[in-house]
Design a protein around this ligand. Structure first.
Ligand SMILES: [Cu+2]
Length: 147
């Protein structure tokens, strides 16, 4: 009888531990939405890219971005230095667990150099490389301004 009680107690204790522990995301889950690229003025080949990056999982790090329509893509940030707004390259961008990072005019943005053969309304591929999530590809629309 005592043995039975102990067994029952252990079983329910174990059940409590299992049911009380909250689910913990063990991997990042990243999506990129509202992605668009501002078409450069005629005769120029530098474009800026904007989007919203969401992570519903654990933390990750954005290492680089590339695109078939650009020679080079850099991650940039606007900073105030000596009373002037300046741009700075961000070599790695930490994405917190459950975090959202908005790439927008005056904040984080993509700087795309050597952009060729893009047209308004076209969808171009942006290829993101993350430390944990690996390579993920998303589409961005070529526009003149934010919606
Ligand atoms: Cu820039």
């Amino acid at each position: 009888m005592i043995k039975f009680i102990i067994k029952t107690f252990l079983a329910s204790a174990l059940l409590m531990i299992v049911s009380c522990s909250e689910p913990v995301a063990t991997s990042p889950d990243i999506t990129v939405s509202e992605a668009w690229v501002r078409i450069p003025p005629k005769g120029r080949d530098i474009a800026a890219g904007y989007f919203v990056l969401n992570n519903s999982g654990s933390k990750d790090v954005l290492l680089s971005v590339s695109s078939p329509v650009a020679h080079t893509v850099e991650i940039h940030q606007h900073i105030m230095a000596d009373g002037m707004m300046q741009m700075q390259e961000v070599p790695k961008l930490a994405i917190p667990a459950g975090g959202e990072i908005v790439f927008t005019s005056g904040g984080y943005h993509l700087m795309m150099f050597g952009v060729t053969d893009i047209q308004l309304g076209q969808e171009v591929e942006l290829i993101f490389v993350f430390e944990k999530s690996g390579t993920k590809s998303f589409l961005a629309t070529i526009r003149t301004q934010a919606k």
